[in-house]
Design a protein. Structure first.
Length: 457
């Protein structure tokens, strides 16, 4: 901390801010990078340095940084009313319009929308809905939830249990009982010699069925998955026919399918929803992030009629739907989200991403010739670059080598912010990226890979 100028924002930061997913002690030494403004796909730090955002800042900034248009909508909504809640039957027009719009664009017919502020809250609420549903159906024992290893679904007490990353559980005494983790369908790394993607998907589905039978089908309430596996797995697309085979098992044992569209929703994968790209037919959808281009904290849970019928049954029994957050349906956040969806319509978002998809996959796919890269795969403007020590054996680097962190550090030097896991670079640039910017971003990543290769040689 001593090297940070007294009273600088950096010194004041380390004196006061506890940062999520940051080494608390090391941060006292390093201090923060303070970001001050942005435009397009570029974010600027307070030294004036501009970085390309290869991950849309936590998969968020679908429209890039800064927006007069969304700012005006927020300002006008605040000027008119600012806040009112939607508890006990109160409502506001932005919330109504937004829910109506979400139902109109839902990947499968949905019945109602529950609004809140974050992806974690959406998944948390969806989890309560799953339990509420089975209780309403007189099957309270259907409580266990299956998510997947390396999945990230949030940081609340419940959603960190859905999250299949042991490092995130350590120190908190998590996960609670009743959370199970199916295999992460990482075809490239885990397929056997000669095994096709489809055969691999079948193996995943068979393993899921074994797990369900072992636990007792009557005890499993839902299966939770993001269509393209984001945070923990590093933007990993499912192998061919994976969800078709998984859902055949779920249907057999009357297990609900929850699609976590927090990253994949709103054009990211080349369709409005990742569910459409990956063949998921969900009972419940959770979404956030690009819902408002992340300019306001807002998320949504979309539920089908079957779930809503259960909610009504519970209201009859218990007096009301006893769940909600103060900022649910916040008019300012809802108005900004609604305007974001209008912008998506005007820019013909899905067609725009579809048109960029081959350029994106070609530019980053070309990295496969790099000695550190084993595979590149993705859909739309979301993909992952697999970092390997041994290409022939598809073997990753030992975790201690922190290869992802090294690539990340070199990319920063080259003006590119990345999202890396231990052995994968996850790409999800702002959806407004141009063809030229995609090519430039891939060139910067290649440079960072070269620097990393030279460092470890
Ligand atoms: N679900 C997925 C797939 C996510 O990637 C995230 C966050 O990155 C979440 C849920 C949690 O969202 P939030 O950080 O808004 O709570």
């Amino acid at each position: 901390m001593t090297h940070l100028a007294p009273n600088s924002p950096h010194a004041r930061d380390v004196a006061s801010v506890l940062h999520p997913y940051t080494h608390a002690r090391r941060h006292l030494e390093t201090g923060p990078t303070i970001f001050s403004e942005g435009s397009g796909i570029y974010i600027h730090d307070d030294t004036g340095r501009a970085y390309m955002e290869g991950a849309s800042a936590l998969w968020c900034a679908s429209l890039g940084f800064a927006s007069e248009r969304l700012a005006k909508v927020a300002y006008e909504t605040m000027r008119r009313m600012g806040y009112y809640h939607i508890f006990r039957g109160a409502s506001n027009e932005p919330a109504i319009d937004l829910c109506e719009k979400l139902l109109a664009i839902a990947p499968v017919p949905m019945s109602k929308v529950l609004l809140q502020c974050s992806g974690s809250e959406a998944n948390d609420s969806a989890l309560k809905l799953v339990w509420y549903h089975w209780n309403a159906q007189g099957r309270p024992e259907k409580r266990k939830i299956i998510s997947r290893k390396a999945s990230y679904h949030g940081s609340t007490v419940a959603t960190i249990c859905l999250t299949g990353i042991p490092d995130f559980h350590k120190g908190f005494g998590m996960p609670f009982e009743g959370f199970l983790y199916a295999d992460c369908p990482h075809y490239y790394r885990d397929h056997e010699e000669g095994e096709t993607e489809e055969q691999f998907s079948q193996r995943m589905a068979d393993a899921l069925e074994e797990m369900i039978l072992r636990e007792g089908p009557d005890t499993i309430g839902a299966f939770w998955a993001d269509p393209i596996q984001g945070g923990g797995a590093g933007a990993l697309p499912p192998p061919a026919r994976y969800f078709e085979k998984i859902q055949a098992v779920l249907r057999k044992y009357d297990i609900l399918m929850v699609a976590d569209e927090v990253i994949c929703g709103f054009g990211r994968t080349g369709n409005m929803w990742g569910s459409q790209t990956c063949g998921v037919v969900p009972d419940i959808v959770t979404c956030a992030k690009a819902l408002s281009a992340a300019m306001q904290p807002i998320s949504a849970v979309l539920m089908n009629e079957r779930i809503f019928q259960s909610v009504m049954t519970q209201s009859d029994r218990l007096g009301s739907f006893v769940h909600g957050f103060t900022y649910a349906g916040h008019p300012v956040a809802a108005a900004v989200a609604l305007e974001t969806l209008r912008i998506y319509e005007e820019m013909d978002l899905v067609a725009h991403v579809k048109a960029l998809e081959p350029i994106f996959l070609r530019a980053f796919g070309a990295l496969k010739d790099h000695p550190l890269v084993g595979d590149v795969a993705g859909h739309g403007l979301m993909g992952g670059v697999e970092l390997v020590q041994d290409k022939a054996k598809r073997r990753p680097f030992p975790e201690g080598q922190k290869i992802g962190a090294k690539v990340d550090a070199h990319a920063r030097e080259r003006g590119l912010i990345l999202r890396t896991t231990a052995d994968r670079v996850a790409l999800s640039p702002p959806l407004i990226i141009t063809e030229e910017e995609i090519v430039e971003m891939a060139a910067r990543l290649r440079g960072a890979l070269d620097d990393t290769f030279a460092e470890i040689a």
